[in-house]
Design a binder for this molecule. Structure first.
Ligand code: CAA
Length: 395
């Protein structure tokens, strides 16, 4: 197996690291505390090409591979997870979904603006009574001849207050179950779209998360994405890709907490020597490093599979469930390594611990990832092995 990164991938990683350390880190504690949207940082990320990294350059994107995108997200997530979730939703759920399933007219009209940061996108699937059970959509989009009439409420929408474009999943024919669901490109400037209050969250506090209400919104026929009844499958496919982004975010959170812990363990002394030389702390660092390397293999492999145009549904769920659990476990340990200092905001690890929690919840909870993984195992009767391009029959 080749674990080497290309020169281009290394350059992207370095650019993202420099951006995160120099442009995100200075104000991140204050933005988190005040729930202040990272306006300047998102502008800079657009200029650096981070908002539509994988999109074909003919639509204004970066034309990069998923691996480069993962490396950029990982570096930014070591520092500022509000910036990284805004980036992840725009890239993985909105731009990728539009590029893969939109028609040429839709791509020219919307994708060109979304991948340059002129527009920010949001993915509107979750509802007050349809979170994990995503087929139970109550939002309706009824065919009125020349348009669809959209009514309903969406919850916990990342980029809810700042986005110009929403991809909205809605039920058009309840008698057909999930095959009656469609997905629409909705401009938030249209009549009938209203934005609820910003959520006051445990973590990723400066990203803007809102409830959205659609009240008799007229959606032109040409704004339906894909064929009639494709909406649920669209959401599932796009979320499989999105989970690679959230897995990369979790990997970055764990990596950020680890880097801070190693630096602190070398510098802080107790009982006459640096705490990293006491086995109690040294073993924590060893476990962090081992788990982060294991998570990295799963995350990078899921990106690699996507870049090879192979099925990555199971791989991205494995990467997300494992990396998010590593992030949660080791940010708690990072606070412990820092002792009393870890409990105050100035040392950054308490924020990473708070940010880690959402990676086990959004874009499919850990429980949903286990459903996806186990169904793939049963469906394919396979033992999935980490050898490139190979699946071994389970005897
Ligand atoms: N690709 C393509 N099609 C898929 C698919 C996939 N990955 N997964 C399922 N489907 C298809 C199935 O084949 C089936 O189609 P047919 O009936 O035609 O065969 C159809 O979709 C329904 O599938 P299921 O019967 O498996 O549906 P289910 O009701 O059992 O639910 C689930 C499956 C995996 C639990 C799904 O509901 C799910 O993923 N839930 C979690 C939703 C989620 O991740 N929400 C996150 C919100 S977005 C967010 O967080 C963004 C943000 O702001 C950060």
């Amino acid at each position: 197996m080749n674990f080497e990164l290309t020169e281009e991938q290394l350059a992207v990683k370095e650019a993202a690291r420099e951006f995160a350390q120099k442009q995100c880190k200075p104000g991140v504690i204050e933005r988190d505390s005040k729930m202040e949207y990272p306006t300047e940082q998102i502008k800079m990320m657009s200029e650096l090409g981070f908002m539509g990294m994988m999109v074909d350059p003919k639509y204004g994107g970066g034309g990069m591979d998923t691996m480069s995108y993962v490396l950029a997200l990982e570096e930014i997530s070591k520092v500022d997870n509000s910036c990284s979730v805004i980036m992840s939703v725009n890239n993985s759920l909105v731009c990728w979904g539009l590029e893969k399933h939109g028609n040429e007219e839709q791509k020219q009209k919307y994708l060109t603006k979304l991948c340059t940061g002129e527009y920010i996108g949001a993915f509107c699937l979750s509802e007050p009574e349809a979170g994990s059970d995503a087929t139970s959509q109550r939002t309706t989009a009824i065919d009125q001849g020349d348009h669809y009439l959209l009514n309903g409420t969406k919850n916990w929408i990342t980029n809810g207050g700042t986005s110009r474009i929403h991809l909205v999943v809605a039920q058009s024919d309840a008698s057909k179950g999930h095959r009656g669901i469609n997905v629409f490109i909705v401009d938030t400037q249209w009549d009938g779209v209203s934005i609820g209050a910003k959520e006051d969250k445990l973590g990723i506090r400066s990203s803007d998360t809102h409830t959205i209400m659609y009240n008799d919104v007229k959606v032109p026929k040409e704004n339906r994405l894909g064929p009639e009844g494709f909406g649920f499958k669209f959401a599932m496919k796009v979320l499989s890709g999105g989970r690679i982004g959230i897995a990369a975010q979790a990997l970055g959170i764990a990596g950020g907490a680890y880097e801070l812990s190693v630096a602190y363990a070398k510098e802080r002394e107790a009982f006459g020597k640096p705490i990293g030389q006491h086995q109690a702390i040294a073993f924590k660092l060893a476990d962090m490093a081992t788990d982060i390397e294991a998570a990295k293999m799963l995350v990078y492999r899921s990106a690699w599979l996507k870049d090879q145009h192979q099925d990555f549904t199971m791989a991205s769920s494995m990467a997300k469930v494992f990396a998010s659990e590593v992030a949660m476990k080791h940010t708690v340990e990072a606070v412990q390594v820092h002792g009393g200092y870890g409990f105050v905001k100035e040392y950054h690890v308490e924020r990473l611990m708070r940010d880690a929690k959402i990676t086990q919840i959004y874009e499919g909870t850990s429980e949903i990832q286990r459903i996806v993984i186990s169904r793939e195992i049963i469906k394919n009767n396979n033992l999935y092995v980490s050898v490139a391009n190979e699946q071994v029959e389970h005897a």
